[in-house]
Design a binder for this molecule. Structure first.
Ligand code: C2O
Length: 458
């Protein structure tokens, strides 16, 4: 491979959206930040200099960082933050991965504005396992607050309340014309009739799982979290914060202008927001004055669509999977979530106890949502590994019956999984990466409240 060298500056810049201008923290003055294009096998060297007033760190979300935890980025887990005026070099190899991933600030709520895409092309001469697209485009979902995000979070903490919901959702940093003063802050993508396009979709929103659809066009899912999937065609996708999804879209409709739109799925009652961000898919030669058509999105509480969608995600290749490794018949349960009285489940404690995992052992985790406070699903992200999503269900996990229904044939492999509201998700991975690896809910609000832990791979 070759080397990618970057010398980004973290700097504050005035940016305006929704009729409000405010200083935001950026990378090189850009919002969203620059896309990093590399190839499988490349070495990445990024020397970050921090000129903002906040401490900073950058996480390379989904990069496995094999034996290389010090380049992973979560502040206070594997590195001290980069102080104002200082710099730090992230040095890592892109090994055994190709596809769409992303990078973001991993301290405070700074990832509200400090994020960007990582596109890893396959090795030279290795084609995609799907028809070669004519062109490709990065589509990143985000959220915009009219006021200073760190101030909002501080105020919320003082009052013991969640901070305000964002004022808009965005696509490539732009909310689209359904928001005030946003006509010129609308992302548009030109397509040619008859051609196929690859969209590299990333959910960088802080607190919302999102539906996404394009009016008049189905999409074909071909990759999630930089792992190829068995292709399937769908009218809409569902994507949780932290996840990425590559889709193919064919420009075979009558030439026109079509809205692409994202909107939250299942918000917490305190956090209601049904805002729709829009961008435009525009056929070449069509005038800008033609009004675009809005797509049909699943209803904000359409759990049936969500479960159906997630069940269609299957790895393309028979995974090298620890299916044959026997798990103990009665694995230890560190925390009894089932049947525990409400008060016991509410009584969380903060601490720094970590779970150790033996090198090369097979790990199975069952993530159980107790559904006590919210109706959200929790996008759980594990650093340092991909895992296989072997099972999921509604209600409490039953260790006697549920494992019999696990998918050990073509489970999706990913780095972030949505644990359904009032349900569970079982994941497995082989602990082949020594280091300290953070695991947390990728809803920023929940990370801040303590829905996080770390594993020490020995
Ligand atoms: Cu994308 Cu620990 O985060």
């Amino acid at each position: 491979g070759s080397a990618y060298l970057g010398r980004p500056w973290i700097q504050v810049k005035n940016v305006s959206r929704l009729c409000h201008a405010k200083p935001i923290v950026t990378v090189n003055g850009r919002f969203p930040g620059p896309t990093i294009y590399v190839r499988e096998g490349d070495r990445i060297l990024v020397n970050v200099t921090n000129h903002a007033q906040y401490n900073m760190s950058i996480h390379w979300h989904g990069l496995k960082q094999f034996c290389n935890g010090w380049a992973d980025g979560p502040a206070y887990i594997t590195q001290c933050p980069i102080k104002t005026g200082r710099s730090y070099t992230y040095d890592f190899n892109v090994t055994g991965q190709r596809g769409t991933l992303w990078w973001h600030a991993h301290i405070l709520w700074l990832r509200a504005t400090v994020y960007g895409a990582i596109v890893i092309m396959p090795k030279p001469g290795t084609p995609f396992p799907f028809p070669q697209p004519h062109m490709e485009e990065v589509i990143i979902f985000g959220e915009w607050w009219n006021n200073d995000v760190e101030e909002i979070v501080k105020q919320g903490n003082k009052l013991g309340l969640p901070p305000n919901a964002s004022d808009a959702h965005t696509i490539n940093g732009k909310p689209g014309p359904l928001f005030p003063c946003s006509e010129k802050y609308t992302f548009a993508m030109d397509v040619e009739q008859g051609k196929t396009y690859l969209l590299r979709i990333i959910n960088a929103a802080l607190n919302d799982e999102l539906f996404f659809a394009i009016a008049g066009h189905n999409v074909t899912v071909v990759e999630i979290d930089a792992v190829y999937t068995k292709p399937f065609t769908t009218q809409a996708i569902l994507i949780a914060p932290g996840q990425t999804t590559n889709v193919l879209v064919q420009a075979t409709q009558s030439p026109g202008r079509y809205f692409m739109a994202s909107r939250p799925f299942m918000d917490a009652p305190l956090f209601i927001d049904n805002k729709t961000a829009t961008a435009i898919l525009q056929y070449k030669g069509i005038s800008n004055s033609v009004l675009p058509i809005l797509p049909q999105l699943p209803a904000p509480n359409d759990t049936v669509f969500a479960l159906g969608y997630n069940s269609k995600l299957r790895s393309l290749n028979a995974p090298q999977f620890p299916a044959n490794n026997r798990l103990p018949d009665n694995p230890p349960t560190p925390f009894n979530y089932t049947g525990a009285p409400l008060t016991a489940n509410l009584g969380t404690t903060s601490g720094t106890r970590l779970s150790k995992i033996a090198y090369n052992s097979t790990v199975q985790l069952v993530l159980q949502d107790t559904n006590l406070l919210t109706v959200e699903s929790h996008p759980f992200h594990l650093h340092g590994y991909n895992f296989f999503v072997v099972g999921t269900g509604i209600g409490n996990f039953d260790p006697k019956k549920d494992p019999a229904k696990f998918n050990l044939v073509d489970p999706p492999e990913r780095n972030t999984v949505g644990v359904p509201t009032g349900g569970w998700t079982a994941i497995r991975f082989r602990a082949d990466n020594p280091g300290v690896w953070f695991m947390h809910c990728h809803l920023e609000l929940h990370t801040g409240w303590g829905l996080k832990t770390a594993f020490v791979g020995e």
